[in-house]
Write a protein that binds this ligand. Structure first.
Ligand code: AMP
Ligand code: MG
Length: 508
């Protein structure tokens, strides 16, 4: 009897199966450039869950060859390193040539859901776009990007993520020498509003069209057959941004540097620089040390989003219509998609955060007023944003004892009491079980955000003593932010007076 063949199937290659669709675009879309090797690469952390998602071999990534790739010291034959060209409006001023000055794209992988994802090394050395920069990244900002990306993902908000980070064994010189690191960043893609601006400002309409076609194919494939694909594209990008920015607001996130080169056309959060989650609710809150006029303050983000998209619309005008007036009309109509996405996502999200449902016959205008009233009182009385909504999720409006933890967050608790009676009056006639509403609210109102003082403590421990334990602890809670972690309850606390972080730095 013959037995089934025992000849082993060839072992699958552990090398990433990189594809290179972006590098298939015309040569002036990017520069071919290899990373610059570093002295002493050491793996600081590998995101094994993400590796699995990307169908990458975590065992190989953690091996000497994998770490050599993550450090840019030795790339597998499947990689084709490029730096992407882009321009951008920085704080409102146009800079015609920015580009990846310290980031090098290795290629794209197809994740287990069939989605194409970029793998890029940030801090991998100088490129033709480096200008006066050193092409490197310091460990502190790399840690911040790693943590905030994982937190954003845990919150369910579209974001780039870190696949891993390595120490370079080399110092980088900022205000003082700091340990260098490289972040392996995974993104749906790295095309930005500024990518269109790069070509549009050069009058290169062919390139604008090529980029738009590529973008449609990669992220908005259903638009390919639209009668007006480019207007539809503008509307679709605008809608994703409207929803994204609404979701930032709903968790108290401040991006900090919403330049057009930091707005991804995929709709993901990208470029975690001087960003922060706020503690006490304040619509004027700014943390970024470089945002001196509050252009990117928390409450400015919706209008800045539209400003950025208007720059995108300007780039696309030549594709919209040969007649400039007609093109502008189409652009304006397409941009309406921004508000049409933002308004329901934001106000609907706020209503849901206080447990309201839009049942038929609901006066959503009155509900919006109710939640806006709460926000006003929170701002006036310095209430912690995250804890107010989370503790409200545990409360029953007619049980004063359960309201006590929320009211104590307000400098003048009576300001909350007035609001709580309004909330009770709104909820009571609906006769819903408290437990049901509470479960719904807890799934929307995180217990854990990466609070600035915690992020700072992680950075201090890692950079000063090489201790990564605080990083692991913080990641454990922020990656599952809607769950109670009794053993880590202290991560819910706002900073003590001496722990408050007043400014964050982009560290570039
Ligand atoms: P960012 O503020 O991180 O969005 O960066 C703005 C621009 O500056 C981008 O073109 C970056 O590639 C570039 N850049 C930032 N830091 C460096 C650096 N250390 N070396 C070279 N280019 C950099
Ligand atoms: Mg950037």
């Amino acid at each position: 009897m013959t037995r089934p063949s025992t000849a082993a199937a060839p072992a699958p290659s552990p090398l990433p199966a990189f594809e290179h669709s972006y590098a298939g675009l015309p040569g002036h879309f990017y520069a071919d450039i290899a990373p610059t090797a570093v002295a002493e690469p050491a793996l600081l952390r590998l995101n094994r869950a993400l590796a699995a998602d990307l169908q990458l071999d975590a065992h190989w990534l953690a091996s000497a060859d994998g770490v050599a790739m993550l450090a840019g010291n030795r790339l597998p034959a499947t990689a084709r390193p490029i730096a992407m060209a882009y321009a951008g409006h920085q704080f409102g001023n146009f800079v015609p040539s920015l580009g990846d000055g310290r980031a090098i794209l290795l290629g794209e992988v197809i994740d287990r859901h069939g989605h194409r994802r970029d793998v890029q090394l940030k801090g991998a050395g100088r490129t033709p776009f480096s200008r006066s920069g050193d092409g490197r990244a310091a460990l502190g900002p790399v840690l911040r990007e790693y943590i905030l990306g994982e937190a954003m993902h845990g919150l369910g908000i579209p974001t780039t993520r870190a696949l891993g980070m390595v120490a370079t064994g080399e110092p980088v010189f900022r205000e003082r020498p700091e340990p260098g690191a490289i972040l392996a960043r995974v993104a749906a893609s790295h095309m930005r509003v500024g990518t269109f601006e790069y070509f549009a400002r050069r009058g290169d309409t062919d390139a604008v069209r090529t980029l738009a076609d590529y973008l449609i194919q990669r992220h908005y494939p259903t638009l390919a057959d639209d009668a007006e694909p480019y207007a539809a594209l503008l509307a679709a990008v605008a809608a994703r941004q409207g929803e994204l920015i609404a979701r930032w607001l709903l968790v108290g996130f401040i991006h900090g540097v919403m330049n057009t080169d930091n707005m991804a056309l995929s709709g993901e959060t990208i470029d975690y620089g001087p960003c922060a989650f706020m503690d006490a609710y304040d619509p004027n809150q700014v943390y970024s040390s470089i945002d001196r006029f509050g252009r990117y303050a928390y409450g400015q983000q919706p209008s800045i989003g539209l400003w950025n998209l208007t720059q995108l619309a300007n780039c696309l005008l030549p594709l919209l219509d040969d007649d400039m007036d007609a093109a502008k009309t189409k652009a304006r109509t397409a941009l309406d998609a921004y508000g049409q996405a933002f308004e329901p996502a934001y106000y609907g999200g706020l209503r849901a955060k206080i447990g309201l449902t839009d049942d038929p016959g609901t006066d959503t205008g009155a509900d919006d007023e109710l939640v806006t009233d709460l926000l006003g009182r929170m701002a006036q009385h310095g209430a912690d944003f995250t804890n107010t909504f989370r503790l409200l999720s545990d409360a029953s409006p007619d049980d004063p004892g359960t309201l006590e933890p929320v009211r104590s967050l307000f400098a003048e608790p009576a300001a909350f009491d007035d609001w709580a009676s309004r909330w009770q009056a709104r909820l009571t006639p609906h006769n819903e079980l408290d437990a049901e509403r509470q479960a719904r609210m807890r799934a929307l109102n995180p217990a854990y955000i990466p609070r600035n003082h915690r992020v700072q403590a992680v950075i201090d421990a890692a950079t000063q003593g090489g201790d990564l334990t605080p990083l692991e602890q913080l990641l454990a809670v922020v990656s599952r932010p809607y769950e109670d972690h009794a053993e880590h309850a202290e991560y819910r606390n706002p900073p003590a007076a001496h722990e408050v972080v007043h400014q964050t730095f982009c560290g570039t």
